[in-house]
Design a binder for this molecule. Structure first.
Ligand SMILES: NC(=O)c1ccc[n+]([C@@H]2O[C@H](COP(=O)([O-])OP(=O)(O)OC[C@H]3O[C@@H](n4cnc5c(N)ncnc54)[C@H](O)[C@@H]3O)[C@@H](O)[C@H]2O)c1
Ligand SMILES: O=c1ccn([C@@H]2O[C@H](COP(=O)(O)OP(=O)(O)O[C@H]3O[C@H](CO)[C@@H](O)[C@H](O)[C@H]3O)[C@@H](O)[C@H]2O)c(=O)[nH]1
Length: 443
């Protein structure tokens, strides 16, 4: 198939590369000439494991092109996939300006029957809007279809090549057939629905996963008060197949470019039809609060943070990505600086993108994990990168000015901590102090 992907970001680039891996001819289009230049030079502008070699091999075989020319890319394509951003407006609603602009550009380049799909996460009714925009400029035949994307950053290539399911929202048999043919090499698990249901499946899935996280985080907060261990609780719950073990990792809450934005967008979508989505509002509220648990623990350990140096391990919203959009680290660091702390930070891949978004003279940008620990009065682990998880805790303890470790992702076991003199503050598990036994201290 000849495919054109409009928007070469985290989703468009990974999808485009993976479709070319199936033997299709793919043109990835982006408005950003700088990004296209990097890609044409054979480099991946984001950090996404496994993407670089796939990009290079498909580009070398002539199946994968990068361009800023939407008209040419659309004219050559049988299938056009819109993967532009849908960032939140101040009221939480998804900003449709990039989708609408892309639809207009596609419309002006149409030269025969094509299927235009929306892979971006969009409110119910958006595909109909895209159809209407194209129809005002182009009178020939075409179909629109919803093709929501479920990949996760950090495992995006694997998720795309081996998805749990593909959802296709289509109203024409011809469009559904074309999309089924494209995706059958990835999986047999293909769900074909009407367009509106497909658009809703995406928001409902993200909202449900976010709900699981806020739920376990509230259980964690109660565990801290009653002296239970949320890791044991989640394990015991997760073995029930009706519940499932995934997305029950308590911590400092969810971040990223999807859950925060999509939960708020769904609340707005509901509000627009006069439905008050109370449960999801609570999920968002719990998540907003959860990250500040790190500060409560710092106060508990240090009394106050004014003038103190606090080390931060991890800036990206999760490991294996350089994406810092809505990362909990942002608000935690901002608050620490507001309270007069000095902050030392390190992230294996997210330093540059974080610094572009947030910089301050009170931040020391370190080049290695141990540099952060050196002389800090507490160390906070905010992202569970493997180099933090496998760090030598004796070395960490020796480097710190005070042996305080706040583990925002529950990555260390008590057996590891027991051999150190660290005061250990995990989430939803009892605090452990200096080689003494489990403390039932209330946090
Ligand atoms: N990031 C994820 O993990 C993920 C997963 C599933 C779904 N989604 C959804 O996919 C969509 C894209 O997300 P993303 O993270 O890839 O965004 P992104 O910001 O990384 O990429 C969007 C790209 O679109 C380009 N663009 C904007 N308008 C354009 C136009 N008219 N023509 C050509 N290019 C244009 C931008 O320059 C940018 O490079 C969003 O709706 C998001 O909610 C994201
Ligand atoms: O048990 C868990 C699982 C995740 N998280 C946090 O939740 C956030 C999101 O994690 P994850 O879902 O792994 O990453 P994303 O790349 O944001 O992927 C989500 O958002 C994408 C964009 O819509 C969807 O395509 C994916 O299916 C959906 O998982 C991160 O901050 C994680 O730290 C937890 O706190 N506890």
């Amino acid at each position: 198939m000849n495919i054109s992907v409009i928007g070469t970001g985290y989703v468009g680039l990974v999808s485009g590369v993976c479709y070319s891996e199936l033997g299709n001819n793919v043109s990835c289009v982006d408005k950003d000439p700088f990004k296209i230049e990097i890609l044409r030079n054979g480099r991946v502008p984001i950090y996404e494991p496994g993407l670089q070699p796939l990009l290079n091999s498909n580009a070398a075989q002539g199946r994968l092109k990068f361009t800023i020319d939407t008209v040419e890319a659309v004219a050559e394509a049988d299938l056009i996939i819109i993967a532009v951003g849908t960032p939140p407006l101040p009221n939480g609603e998804a900003d449709m300006q990039y989708i609408e602009a892309a639809a207009k550009e596609i419309a002006q380049a149409m030269n025969g029957y094509k299927v235009v799909c929306v892979k971006s996460t969009v409110p119910v009714g958006t595909n109909e809007r895209v159809r209407a925009i194209i129809a005002t400029h182009y009178s020939g035949q075409f179909d629109v279809a919803s093709l929501p994307e479920f990949l996760r950053e950090g495992t995006a290539v694997k998720d795309t090549l081996h998805p749990d399911r593909i959802v296709i929202g289509a109203e024409s048999e011809r469009a559904a057939q074309l999309l089924k043919e494209l995706h059958i090499p990835f999986t047999n698990e293909i769900v074909v629905t009407d367009i509106r249901s497909a658009e809703m499946i995406k928001y409902a899935s993200n909202a449900f996963l976010a709900t699981k996280i806020s739920f376990i985080n509230e259980i964690a907060n109660i565990c801290e008060k009653v002296g239970a261990d949320v890791i044991e609780v989640a394990k015991g719950m997760g073995l029930d197949r009706r519940i499932g073990a995934s997305f029950l990792r308590a911590g400092i809450g969810y971040g990223g470019s999807c859950f925060p934005k999509d939960t708020k967008a769904l609340i707005q979508i509901a509000g627009n039809v006069e439905y008050d989505f109370k449960l999801l509002k609570a999920v968002v509220e719990v998540n907003r609060h959860q990250r500040f648990g790190v500060l409560d623990k710092l106060f508990q350990a240090l009394d106050n943070v004014y003038g103190k140096t606090i080390g931060i391990w991890g800036l990206s919203f999760k490991p294996e990505t350089d994406d810092v959009r809505e990362a909990p680290a942002l608000e935690i660091i901002d608050r620490l600086i507001e309270l007069g702390a000095k902050v030392k930070v390190y992230d294996p891949k997210g330093m540059e993108s974080f610094r572009r978004m947030y910089d301050h003279p009170s931040i020391t940008w370190c080049e290695a994990a141990m540099d952060v620990a050196q002389g800090s009065e507490a160390l906070c682990l905010l992202t569970e990168w493997s180099e933090f998880v496998t760090a030598d805790l004796a070395q960490v303890e020796a480097a710190l000015a005070r042996p305080v470790l706040i583990d925002g992702r529950n990555v260390f076991s008590l057996d590891q901590i027991r051999n150190t003199g660290l005061a250990y503050y995990p989430v939803g598990r009892p605090v452990f102090h200096n080689k003494s036994q489990y403390s039932q201290e209330v946090i």
